[in-house]
Design a protein around this ligand. Structure first.
Ligand code: HEC
Length: 69
């Protein structure tokens, strides 16, 4: 499956349960790649991303190239 984040600094979709905390959160499964299947990022995503909260929810340590300058 594919976990997808879209940056959203403007709270463009304030009432949508898939948008918040600076991002749009989405999940696509391999057997139906044209269908977004996450329902609520607070239930489906954020719990696991709490350790990365201080870096905008992204596990930046997984990308050494970002800090290699
Ligand atoms: C079971 C825990 C878990 C859940 C649930 C989860 N994530 Fe993650 N996610 C992680 C971990 C750990 C990483 C970093 C390690 C990796 O990339 O495999 C990660 C990485 C990512 C990345 C790559 C960027 C980065 O931070 O490394 C994206 C994009 C992402 N997750 C989006 C989502 C979205 C969207 C959801 C909800 C639909 C979600 N995740 C749900 C644990 C989770």
């Amino acid at each position: 499956m594919w976990f997808v984040l879209i940056k959203d600094q403007k709270q463009r979709f304030g009432n949508n349960p898939l948008w918040g905390d600076g991002w749009g959160w989405a999940l696509f499964k391999a057997d139906a790649p044209d269908k977004q299947v996450a329902t609520d990022y607070k239930k489906d995503c954020v719990g696991c991303h709490i350790p990365a909260k201080s870096t905008d929810w992204i596990y930046v340590r997984g990308y050494p190239v970002l800090t290699s300058r």
